[in-house]
Write a protein of this length. Structure first.
Length: 116
């Protein structure tokens, strides 16, 4: 199983960035896909999740600014991040979770830096 994240970068406050996570080795449609993040000295936190049916959930801190989406044909999940703030800076992790299969997988993480 591989969750390969792309899109790391340095952006200025107010800027935007798009992360993508390509999966392999899983039946993508059976998994809730999510993005999590971990800032230095802080615990990993959920940013957004999306079910196979397209139902989404967001943390309060990113609602209205971030959008999660998935392309089941490409087995890829995306995170469009707009109006970035310095507090959004963190390592972002892709996650695949299936309660049905009792499986949970993490990607390797990608660094997002928000700084002027």
């Amino acid at each position: 199983v591989l969750l390969q994240a792309y899109g790391r970068g340095l952006v200025q406050p107010g800027g935007f960035l798009r992360l993508s996570c390509a999966s392999s080795g899983i039946i993508f449609s059976l998994y809730v896909m999510g993005w999590y993040r971990q800032a230095p000295g802080k615990q990993r936190e959920s940013v957004a999740t999306i079910t196979n049916g397209g139902r989404t959930e967001y943390s309060d801190s990113v609602k209205g600014r971030f959008t999660i989406s998935r392309d089941n044909a490409k087995k890829t999940v995306y995170l469009q991040m707009n109006s970035l703030k310095p507090e959004d800076a963190a390592v972002y992790f892709c996650n695949a979770d299936s309660i049905r299969l009792s499986k949970n997988y993490w990607g390797q993480g990608t660094q997002v830096t928000v700084s002027s």
